[in-house]
Design a protein around this ligand. Structure first.
Ligand code: 13P
Length: 292
């Protein structure tokens, strides 16, 4: 089916008490594997890409591959551009029919972030594309974007929701104590902040830095109101470790079959999706989700 609206998937999830897995795919193998696993689980899915991946393949190639996978699936599939501070790449994704973009203005001061987010939402909405907005710092560097410096930009709940409402942001990515990448120390999770933001607004709240959280922590965030959960590192590790294991076995056996390598990577990626669809309670919820 056609790409779903990221905003609508997240609104449905919030109403239904679950969260949609938003997974960072890196190529055609991971796109196909993620969509097939979501389809088998009956879960809506958001495929997202880093700017680095877009720069490697091009927005059109990624959109075509994701659309082909979505066309074969019976669950809603959205295509989202993750952390993007670069307005030209946002314009490219919009032009190629992506469902949504994350305009990452966390490197801008408050007034600049507010003004530019309004410009991006106006541009995206004119093409029917949703905008996730980030004006606070979420710790960790994701494919070259972000910072390890916490709390450079951190605002009151009222200020954050005020900017989101004023700029017509479709999804908010607040700082919630999580970090991108593997945790070096136990994070201090701001579950209460989600509750407080959810009491102020119906705009869907996104949890970044999903890799490494426990089932109980995911449940607490979802119960508090998070409805899109981002997973990247777990998927990258599954991809690379399965490739490493396959290549080691090929070296040992002397059998070099690329399609078998793709199968093994796809199976590892699919397992990540299946696990997260269960943890985020999105498995079996696809029938209720609405497409754009
Ligand atoms: P992890 O890499 O920690 O899973 O975070 C993913 C993310 O938030 C992508 O935006």
């Amino acid at each position: 089916m056609a790409f779903a609206s990221t905003k609508q998937l997240a609104l449905d999830a919030r109403a239904g008490g679950y969260a949609v897995p938003a997974v960072n795919i890196v190529d055609g193998i991971s796109i196909a594997a993620a969509v097939r696993a979501a389809d088998a689980a009956g879960s809506p899915i958001i495929l997202q890409t880093s700017v680095k991946t877009v720069k490697y393949f091009g927005a059109r190639t990624l959109a075509d591959a994701a659309r082909a996978a979505a066309d074969e699936a019976s669950v809603p599939v959205a295509l989202h551009l993750d952390h993007c501070p670069d307005r030209a790449v946002i314009t490219e994704a919009i032009a190629h029919g992506w469902s949504s973009v994350l305009f990452d203005a966390s490197d801008r001061d408050f007034e600049t972030a507010r003004a530019e987010t309004a410009e991006v939402t106006a541009e995206a909405h004119a093409a029917g594309v949703d905008v996730e907005s980030e004006i606070e710092n979420i710790v960790g560097v994701e494919d070259g974007v972000g910072s390890d410096d916490p709390n450079v930009h951190y605002y009151s709940d009222e200020a954050l929701v005020g900017v989101a409402a004023e700029t017509q942001t479709d999804l908010i990515a607040p700082a919630l104590g999580t970090a991108h990448g593997l945790y070096k120390a136990s994070p201090v999770l701001l579950v209460d902040r989600v509750r407080s933001l959810a009491a102020l607004t119906d705009i869907p709240i996104v949890l970044h830095g999903g890799t490494g959280l426990s089932p109980e922590e995911f449940a607490a965030f979802i119960d508090a109101g998070v409805s899109k959960i981002n997973i990247s590192t777990q998927l990258k590790l599954a991809y690379m470790h399965s490739a490493r294991d396959h290549l080691a076995e090929a070296e040992r056996s002397g059998k070099w079959e690329p399609v078998k390598l793709f199968d093994q990577i796809g199976a590892a990626v699919g397992e990540v999706i299946t696990e997260n669809a269960t943890l985020f309670r999105s498995a079996g919820k696809a029938a209720a989700a609405v497409t754009a």
